[in-house]
Design a protein around this ligand. Sequence first.
Ligand SMILES: *Cc1c(COP(=O)(O)O)cnc(C)c1O
Length: 467
Amino acid sequence: MNDNEFRIWSEKAAAWGADYRKTLRDRPVRAQTRPGDIGAQIAEAAPEDGESMDAIFSDFEQMIVPGMTHWQHPRFFAYFPANAAPVSVVAEYLVTAMAAQCMLWQTSPAATELEARVIDWMRQALGLPGGFSGVIQDSASSATLAAVLVMRERALDWQGNRDGLASHPPVRVYASGQVHTSIDRAIWVSGVGERNLVRIPVKGPLNGMDPIALEAAIIADREAGLLPAGIIACTGGTSTGACDPIGDVAAIARKHGLYLHVDAAWAGSAMICPEYRTLWEGVEHADSIVFNPHKWLGAQFDCSIQFLRKPEDQVRTLAIQPEYLKTHGHDGIINYSEWTVPLGRRFRALKLWFLLRHHGLTGLRTMIRNHVAWSESLARKLEMEPGFEIVTQPMLSLFSFRHTGGADPDQHNIALVNAINDDGRIYLTQTRVNGKIAIRFQAGQFEMTEADAEMAFAVITEIARRM
Ligand SMILES: *Cc1c(COP(=O)(O)O)cnc(C)c1O
């Protein structure tokens, strides 16, 4: 591709993106294809000779786009949002064009220095005290893995990387059953092992872990010769938004010398609004906190911030310095690849900088407060509707509900979700609450309006009546 073609096709791609965003409301939210439909249209081997961009672009539109689920659709109410605010998309065009590897300070000083600055902007915006620094990771899963590795190394007096785990007593980590599956995977791949992830029972309306049970488990493990290493608490669990009592958990972590990692991947964005901060009261005592600006806040995926109280512990766990990666003569600089498992790093700070500057914290707070209010009012309306029950009350903008009917209530609600998603006007997913299927609703789309919430009510009730 020559310079001129690069310009033409870049402009076409940007124009396509703008048209795409403008027409999202007219598209079905979830892809309406059957397994194999798309794959069957694609050549079985790469071409020997290059093809024209016209042909490639046209195939993209004909073959690929119809098989996409539209995560930027204003009526995407499934899972959690993965917002890409238009301004962050613009920043990503620039990042993609430069395609720098930002692993060391010297491999892109601006990327490192901007990253440190926007992390501190976010620290202030979330109401976290000074003393936390941080790093932008690709995903919360990676941040949690890094935190588990640090817990492990601290507990093993920094010998685990060298010895492996076989010559040490089992390392123990504590979490409730409400945490995201990325915690299980971090436990598996860190070598800690699922058997050493101790599940603490939950209680209360927020399904938070019981601090008394937590402390009892730590004491019992220590008496049994095991090595309690760390606690993973959540603010906004994935299924229904469970919140652990962070202050109580942090006090126990401190008392017993355990490392505390808080997973607020989704709910962390809401903490730019001071009134929601009671949900993670005590978080300033955590050692590590992860939150994903790429979820609710609007920074295009991927952009996950891990705040750290003592980054030296993470660097001690993860830094490898072969000669070719040493940067001589720049004392005091940050090489962020020493804070993460992957070496190569995208320039992720730019989109966050664009986003925060363009919308301002006030604009982003308004968006989040609207989502919470619209979700609450939808829950109240569904509650009044015959045949519907609210299963878990709104936690920020997430609640779950159920429709009564059919011989098998689980089957009935799964059939209802499927019928709603086949209809295409909105997209919902299901979860299990106390063993029974419930339908999840979360409001969080960057360009959602109140009318979209009203449409959700109309679609849910209309399709339920028809069943
Ligand atoms: C989404 C989510 C994750 C996983 O986030 P990734 O960035 O996709 O790894 C972890 N924990 C919670 C609570 C989440 O909502």
